[in-house]
Unconditional design. Structure first.
Length: 651
């Protein structure tokens, strides 16, 4: 049997250390996998999770969450390690919001006095948290939220209410059953005057009994599409005169004093913080989700043989067909771009957070907000579509839940919607582009360099491409991406001035803007890695990433800058060459990522058996085998027609 090069032992190479973000992060991943794969609570083999009832799957997730809390204490894991451990398991766990959004908001939005009280409780899991922003009638439109928090001067409390059905807090993760406390986003009202949305730490359940607190009404939402996120108990929550002490309004930026006086925030940019936190995390991890799917598809398509090519005596390996290579290899390059650029975005966020927590400086927050908005739209769009492409590339066997693709897709497709629907938040990137264009300040933002084509279109240089090799030069690739953006921005400006609804076309513009940003950042990574022993593999990846984008980007460029027929032909042949070059490095790169059997959890990529053996074993283990209790019903069905005919003949 062919060696699958898969195990639960992490193989270390200089390239793998680089791709996973450096030695420290690589070693942390290795340690986490060692802990998880040797603990029976996290064993994936005894159960086929897609076959579990949703309630049983959630109870399994609770058991795993509880075990992770124990391990965090014993192993002294950091919060980041804990988050990473959660991401390695079958489904999101109910404890996931604890550090991802609950504690991070306490740290950034509470006063020092409040943090002294609440941070230790959250870190030690003395309280279990969630973040309650989305409402039944209001998702990405935060300004439209209806939940109210009215200050009662007599008792020095806020009274939180859900005044309408549409104000019901909805889709609130880890709230249907799990959370004891939630950070509730509500409209502050003092003496009949509204002061906008503020955050209130609200107790939902008793710490000794877990019974709902007076006035709190919560229901678990039920199953999600594609059976996704079964480990998270999303909740629907209403408040009926729920009283919250004044001391529990998160008060780092704005305060309400004992007598009811309102102290406004000095800087309104702090309102970006909650979403930026989660989107910065998403920017780094989504690429790995895509690459896990690519790895499964690669292992299977390099094993599977089908049909004969050009008179060959043996069947052709499926991966060698252009119909497979030209789907999987661009995803390998895109996934790598998402990872490496995402790491840079996350580092920028971490640096900002460190400064903010020390000084309260939010001067970089607006730009970081826009970076993470673009990254969120770009990475989740590519990843969700990419996982499905990997499934299809594996043919019929990709449709089996045993392949793992269903779980991967359910994990990734939800991210297109949560933390801001992609089409809705896409509007923020064109808005920023126009803001800088109108203010003549695009020179302060390197990624807006293409606006110079709009300022002085007659001075635009011509594309210096005449041969295939010219397309491998970054300056020519950048020319295409900038010209396309200038074309799209001009079209967007004209549509906006004409009063047209641009809520659909802004997504294309945002994706094109991010193409340029990720392209430029990917090339920066390559330049910084010059001289490394794995530079050949990285260069193969960046060239496929770049030329893949250019296959469609050039079509958006209008005359007089549109490509000539000769330039289009050489672009196609350059892309073909880039694909073949990356194909020659693909095994080295896949092995460098080194996703383990535990992480992939796929019958198509097992270390101990071939895909055929694993799929057949899955059939043997199906819970629907030997259902003797139903046999009489089936036998009766075979006799039904004759019985009906007999009864009809007697009439």
């Amino acid at each position: 049997m062919e060696s699958r090069n898969i195990s639960n032992q992490v193989h270390e190479t200089p390239l793998s250390v680089f791709l996973w973000g450096g030695k420290e992060k690589f070693d942390a991943r290795k340690q986490l996998l060692e802990v998880l794969t040797t603990n029976p609570v996290f064993d994936k083999r005894p159960v086929t999770v897609p076959s579990l009832a949703r309630k049983d799957a959630w109870l399994r997730a609770v058991s795993q969450a509880r075990e992770l809390i124990t391990i965090k204490h014993r192993e002294k894991w950091s919060h980041a390690q804990f988050r990473e451990a959660v991401s390695m398991l079958d489904y999101f766990l109910p404890v996931q919001p604890q550090f991802r959004i609950f504690l991070s908001n306490l740290e950034r939005q509470m006063s020092d006095e409040q943090k002294a009280i609440w941070i230790p409780k959250a870190e030690r899991f003395g309280i279990l948290g969630s973040y309650a922003q989305t409402e039944l009638g209001h998702g990405s439109n935060v300004r439209g939220l209806e939940t109210t928090a009215t200050f009662d001067r007599a008792t020095d409390e806020f009274v939180i209410n859900s005044p309408t059905l549409s104000s019901t807090k909805y889709w609130i993760g880890a709230t249907g059953i799990w959370a004891t406390h939630s950070i509730v986003v509500a409209r502050l009202i003092i003496d009949g005057k509204e002061y906008g949305n503020h955050l209130f730490l609200t107790q939902l359940r008793g710490l000794e009994t877990h019974e709902l607190m007076p006035g709190v009404e919560i229901y678990e939402l039920g199953p999600k599409v594609f059976q996704g996120m079964v480990g998270v108990d999303n909740g629907a929550m209403q408040f009926h005169n729920v009283r919250v002490p004044r001391s529990q309004m998160l008060a780092r930026n704005a305060q309400v004093l004992r007598g009811g006086a309102y102290v406004p925030p000095k800087n309104t940019k702090h309102s970006y913080s909650s979403m930026v936190t989660v989107r910065a995390i998403m920017a780094e991890i989504t690429g790995y989700e895509l690459l896990k799917a690519v790895s499964v598809a690669y292992h299977y398509t390099t094993f599977r043989k089908q049909f004969w090519w050009k008179g060959e005596k043996e069947e052709t390996t499926v991966f060698d067909y252009a119909s497979v290579k030209y789907r999987l290899l661009p995803l390998l390059a895109q996934g790598t771009a998402l990872v490496l650029v995402g790491q840079r975005i996350k580092r920028s966020f971490d640096e900002y957070s460190e400064v903010f927590l020390k000084t309260g400086d939010t001067s970089q927050l607006e730009d970081l907000h826009l970076q993470t908005v673009g990254a969120k739209v770009y990475s989740t769009h590519i990843t969700s579509q990419g996982v499905e492409t990997c499934r299809i590339a594996c043919g019929g066997h990709g449709y089996s839940a045993l392949s793992g693709f269903g779980k991967m897709y359910a994990h990734t497709v939800n991210s297109v919607t949560y933390e801001g629907d992609n089409y809705v938040i896409s509007q923020q990137v064109p808005r920023a582009i126009l803001k800088h264009y109108n203010a003549n300040t695009e020179h302060t933002v390197p990624s807006l360099s293409y606006l110079r084509f709009l300022r002085q279109p007659s001075n635009a240089t011509k594309l210096a491409v005449s041969t295939e090799s010219d397309w491998f030069r970054p300056e020519n690739q950048g020319w295409i991406l900038e010209q396309r953006l200038a074309t799209l921005v001009k079209s967007h400006m004209e549509a906006s001035e004409a009063g047209k609804d641009t809520s659909f076309t802004v997504h294309e513009l945002t994706m094109a803007h991010c193409d340029l940003v990720y392209w430029a950042e990917f090339w920066e990574v390559i330049r910084a890695a010059a001289g490394c022993e794995f530079i050949e593999q990285l260069t193969a990846l960046v060239q496929v990433f770049s030329l893949f984008i250019l296959q469609s980007a050039h079509k958006d460029i209008y005359a007089p800058h549109a490509l000539s027929e000769q330039q289009r032909r050489t672009l196609t042949s350059a892309y073909d060459k880039a694909i073949e070059n990356l194909a020659s490095h693909s095994r080295t790169i896949i092995e460098a990522y080194g996703f383990t059997d535990f992480e992939m959890d796929s019958a198509l990529a097992r270390p101990d058996m071939s895909p055929y053996e694993a799929l057949f074993k899955g059939a043997k283990d199906s819970e629907m085998n030997n259902m003797r209790e139903v046999w009489p019903l089936i036998v009766d069905a075979t006799k039904m027609w004759a019985r009906l005919d007999s009864e009809k003949a007697k009439l």
